[in-house]
Design a protein around this ligand. Structure first.
Ligand code: PGA
Length: 258
């Protein structure tokens, strides 16, 4: 039974897309079209779009997120953005450890851990991404990878400090490929992650932890995914760039959770 404390979160990840004018247009469409969504709705936008999108979303139900951050509070770190700068620009959420960061830019579990610490200190809601590659899945290493990434990322906090954390299960083979994990594959991974979360910070933390699924979520796949008991939302890439598709995802329909 899904705990009523786990309010679903549907977060768009715009990645490195859109001009400022397009960002404003999409943010307005999201703001208007998701008003009656029972889920918490967020859009994670490029750094350069944060302030203009914040202006559009001001006073609305839609939350704003960054896609990464650097853990130092300030200093000579050319090209980086701190947690406090994100918050100052209007962000309430931030994605950490996305597989594209891990694969293309070298983010490690240790970095994820430092970024998480900085995000929590700035009172941002962190969305910590974990997930296995196709190779790892095919060689039966999925659980080992998830366990390592979760434990490494969430290491060393006091239980009270991690209550805002959101985890996103994003199998790398499903991201941007059009191959969505089946509801059963996603549920298996989510239930495993919840169990691991319990080992790290206790049953109460695990029961309240929101675990999102990400990887080719579409209007066609969202309902069956969200029907799974341990799926508490979605991190949506490609489909979040189309207002109509994102609206349908944010208004997912689930008869009753298993
Ligand atoms: P996708 O991306 O929905 O385009 O597969 C998801 C993500 O990378 O967060």
């Amino acid at each position: 039974m899904t705990s009523p404390v786990r309010r679903p979160l549907i977060a768009g990840n715009w990645k490195m897309h859109l001009t400022l004018a397009q960002s404003v247009e999409l943010a307005k469409a999201v703001r208007e079209s998701t008003k009656d969504s029972p889920a918490e709705v967020a859009v994670c936008v490029p750094f350069t779009a944060l302030t203009v999108v914040a202006e559009v979303l001001k006073g609305s139900h839609v939350r704003l997120g960054g896609q990464d951050l650097y853990w130092e509070p300030q200093g000579a770190f050319t090209g980086e953005v701190s947690a406090a700068q994100l918050a100052d620009a209007g962000a309430t959420h931030v994605i950490i450890g996305h597989s594209e960061r891990r694969r293309l830019f070298g983010d490690t579990d240790e970095w994820v851990n430092k970024k998480l610490k900085a995000a929590l200190a700035a009172k941002l809601v962190p969305i910590v991404c974990v997930g296995e590659t196709l190779d790892e899945r095919q060689s039966n290493k999925t659980f080992r990878v998830l366990e390592t990434q979760l434990a490494g990322g969430l290491k060393g906090f006091a239980p009270a400090d991690v209550s805002a954390v959101v985890v996103a299960y994003e199998p790398v083979w499903a991201i941007g490929t059009g191959v969505t994990a089946t509801p059963a594959q996603a549920q298996e991974a989510h239930s495993f992650l919840r169990q691991q979360a319990g080992k790290l910070y206790g049953e109460g933390f695990a029961a309240g932890l929101r675990i999102l699924y990400g990887g080719s979520v579409t209007p066609e796949t969202v309902d069956n995914l969200m029907a799974q008991p341990d799926l508490d939302g979605a991190l949506v890439g490609g489909a979040s760039l189309k207002a109509a598709a994102f609206m349908r995802i944010a208004r997912f329909q689930v008869a009753a959770k298993a």
